[in-house]
Ligand binder design. Structure first.
Ligand code: BES
Ligand code: ZN
Ligand code: ZN
Length: 481
């Protein structure tokens, strides 16, 4: 694990293999003898432009990495997160071990300091846990260096460390293949995390869920030899004053074949990340346990495997959800909404007054928004605004989608209260509309992260693979309540 430190004081004596120095467009950096490179146009300060210099003037550090920070008036925490990440990834690839990032006191706000540390830790994640080669590169230490900075640097850096490590925990889980992370193994991972951070963890088995009447969740689970698990992780603040109780519900399909409505073979291997929503909730709880918000938070992760087979749910089957509503299962590949229907209802029974769910729910959300924004659906404007504000502050991109009651017509079934699919058009909206029936009057936000939970092509600041979004948003939502 990389060591994180903060340094306040003159740069000249700072021991490091490399100093990362942000340079802004149109600003002539006078230090380190780099002015001429800027005059010559070799270094422009354009966003994410990286230039390594050896033997810089006037500092003990062996290298300087000039890191393009773009226009000074556009510089913010999300950009610094990426810049720090891109710089650290480049230095790691060159086997640089001891890194320091230099910030001006004016840039060293708590938000920026956290973001710089997050960027560094997120950048070092690689999805290669199961590669057995022993020459994997790593960075030993990352320090934030501020000349004449403030003393609360360390607290902000620590917050960044907690958030980014939680996000990487989520990425590790989302990256696990279906054979190594079954529903029971996901429950084990939750129990282990909860024990480490002193959270309560309870796992409901098939019989307990049957007693509660969770026919929709169990309908999905019945096709797999792997038993289902409903994971419940609880955080309780020291003072019991809060009237609000936040419920975080995450889709935990450890592998989605589609069931009898089976998916095509091409790309099916990616359906190991169909539990990314659940993994995000467990990651958020890991950080929440350490940062201790004043509101109680309960995470619920319905964990199942969606398989075809002689026991599997059939198209046309009618299941009864815990709420009492009957559902005609038109397509067994629309399984996420079935398990979430019961988990949302149960969350309300457990006393949650406000709900957020995250789910890799539909391919349609990626058709609508691409891979940049998660789709946000809400039945309550206040709840929508809270989540949007948290997402904005954390640099998790989300776009508000419609959820008018008229969409309910798409889900009509002649045989049951509602069908589990809404036809060809507006697939992400009709999926959200289905969930809305089970959130009821409780203020609720649904995030469809099918397009954003996995990064197909790596970025300079992030490897390809699971993104771990929107863990930071959930933590901030609880912290800012
Ligand atoms: N897990 C999938 C959605 C998905 C697609 C996640 C691509 C990540 C990437 C979900 O269970 C599913 O199969 N949804 C169907 C719904 C359809 C049957 C109405 C889909 O999107 O095709
Ligand atoms: Zn599916
Ligand atoms: Zn799915």
């Amino acid at each position: 694990m990389m060591k994180i430190a903060t340094e306040i004081g003159p740069l000249a004596q700072l021991e490091a293999d490399a100093l990362i120095v942000p340079v802004f467009e149109g600003v002539r950096e006078e230090r380190f003898g780099v002015g001429e490179l800027i005059d010559a146009g070799e270094v422009t300060g354009k966003s994410l432009e990286l230039t390594i210099l050896h033997h810089p003037q006037g500092v003990a550090a062996k290298r300087i990495l000039l890191a393009g920070a773009g226009k000074a008036d556009k510089f913010d925490a999300p950009l610094l997160r990426r810049l720090s990440g891109a710089a650290v990834r480049l230095l790691k690839s060159k086997s640089v071990k001891k890194i320091a990032l230099v910030l001006d006191p004016a840039q060293a706000s708590a938000a920026n300091v956290s973001a710089a540390v997050e960027g560094a830790i997120l950048a070092l994640f690689e999805p290669d846990r199961y590669k057995t080669d022993d020459d994997k590169k790593s960075v030993d230490s990352f320090a934030l260096a501020v000349e004449g900075g403030t003393s609360d640097l360390a607290a902000a850096a620590e917050r960044g460390r907690i958030l980014a490590e939680a996000q990487n925990f989520t990425r590790d889980l989302a990256n696990e293949p279906g054979n190594l992370l079954t529903p029971l193994l996901m429950a084990d991972a939750a129990r282990k995390m909860a024990a480490e951070y002193h959270l309560e963890c309870e796992v409901l088995d098939r019989e307990q869920m049957a007693k509660l009447g969770m026919g929709a969740l169990l309908g999905v689970a019945q096709g797999s030899a792997e038993p289902p698990a409903l994971i419940v992780v609880r955080y309780k603040p020291a003072s019991g004053e809060s009237k609000a109780h936040l419920g975080l519900v995450g889709k935990g399909v450890t592998f989605d074949t589609g069931g009898i409505s089976i998916k095509p073979a091409d790309g099916m291997e990616k359906m190991k990340y169909d539990m990314a929503g659940g993994a995000a909730m467990l990651g958020a709880m890991r950080a929440i346990a350490q940062l201790k918000p004043s509101i109680p938070v309960t995470a619920l992760v319905p964990a199942v495997e969606n398989m075809p087979g002689s026991r599997a749910m059939r198209p046309g089957d009618i299941v009864t959800a815990m709420s009492g509503k009957t559902i005609e299962v038109i397509n067994t590949d629309a399984e996420g909404r079935l398990i979430l229907a019961d988990a949302l209802h149960y969350a309300k029974q457990l006393g949650c007054t406000h709900l957020v769910d995250a789910a890799t729910l539909t391919g349609a959300i990626a058709v609508a928004l691409g891979h940049l924004n998660a789709g946000l659906f809400a039945n309550d404007d206040g709840m929508r605004d809270r989540v949007m504000a948290a997402a904005k502050a954390e640099g998790d991109r989300m776009w508000v989608m419609p959820l008018e009651d008229d969409y309910k017509d798409y889900l009509k079934s002649p045989f049951a209260d509602l069908a589990n699919v809404g036809g060809r058009y507006g697939g992400a909206v009709t999926a959200a509309m289905f969930l809305k029936e089970f959130a009821g009057d409780t203020p609720w936000v649904h995030l469809d992260i099918a397009g954003t939970a996995w990064i197909d092509d790596g970025k300079p600041y992030l490897s390809k693979g699971p993104s771990g979004m929107p863990v930071r948003t959930f933590v901030r939502l609880a912290m800012d309540w």
